[in-house]
Design a binder for this molecule. Sequence first.
Ligand SMILES: Cc1cc2nc3c(=O)[nH]c(=O)nc-3n(C[C@H](O)[C@H](O)[C@H](O)COP(=O)(O)OP(=O)(O)OC[C@H]3O[C@@H](n4cnc5c(N)ncnc54)[C@H](O)[C@@H]3O)c2cc1C
Length: 317
Amino acid sequence: MTVSDDSRSALRILVSGAGVAGPVLAYWLTRHGFSVTVVERAPALRRTGGHAVDLYRPAMEISARMGVLPRIEERATGTNRMTIHREGTRRPVRVDLSKVFRAASDRHVEVMRDDLSEIYHDATSDDVEYIFGDSVTAISPDGEVRFGNTEPRRFDLVVGADGLHSTVRRLVFGEESRFGDFIGAYLGVLSLPNAAGLDGELVMHVGVGRTAGMYGARHLGDARALFLFRSERELDYHHHDVPAQKALLRNAFDGLHPDVDRWLDELDRTPAFYFDSVTQLHMDTWSRGRVTLVGDAGYCPGPAVGGSTCEAATRPR
Ligand SMILES: Cc1cc2nc3c(=O)[nH]c(=O)nc-3n(C[C@H](O)[C@H](O)[C@H](O)COP(=O)(O)OP(=O)(O)OC[C@H]3O[C@@H](n4cnc5c(N)ncnc54)[C@H](O)[C@@H]3O)c2cc1C
């Protein structure tokens, strides 16, 4: 079936999620003449917190075609060195990260996810309708979509770009437990003062089954600490119970190193905290009727497993 220019502009597409995949998809859909609305649960684009993500050649090429690569490169974190302190050893290992990135791809830039999301959003804000602070609550087979706050509307296509814990996927395809495969690890990230003045360096403390790291970025006022630990079984906590998540993190990293203790002390003051299981999605299909999934909502390899931002940025194209 071919779609004429006139019928394209008449087709209304709803994208749920203004992270990475959502705005990139919205950009290309509007370029091809479709009329696009993006609904984002957060009240505004997040300006603090978040974590660094790596873009390799495919995502950089898409970004260049969108005309936003110079802005992305301007906001590069500049992290190119890693110092690893192994538990029980004295001498740190120093790694030239640029060699590691070059081995993965001939083009690479590391950027904060929130910066990336803002840049993609800005590239679309003139042509796309954004609704912040709302979420889809029901999607009927004829395309009527209900929201928490906005009046119901009818769309020809609904796209879930609302991340690993996608609401669109739950509403249309079923509970996350049917598709999520826990791969034995948990991840925490917090924002903290860059007291050590880290610039271009990732400092890691590595123990058995647990790794903590801290990095800054040229243009960031603060730094980020990242915690990754193994767990054979899924831990029992509610995803809204932040104090319980912080307690799990403290417990997992108890006694690793005084630096790590200092980072964990910031848990009580941090303005931005993230905690999640490393869960991989396996779905037989990404589309049902007039609903489809992109990015982590459809094919998340697991937070921090690597490569998923590239997937989120390139597949919608
Ligand atoms: C600590 C950490 C480190 C990472 N490191 C890397 C890395 O080095 N390299 C890499 O490639 N990837 C990395 N990732 C993964 C990367 O962040 C994601 O793969 C990428 O952001 C996925 O983009 P997305 O647009 O699919 O989803 P997201 O970026 O998660 O965006 C989803 C959006 O949907 C919104 N949303 C959620 N629910 C609703 C709802 N009900 N209604 C409306 N909106 C909703 C969210 O607020 C969010 O804005 C890392 C992730 C974490 C957590």
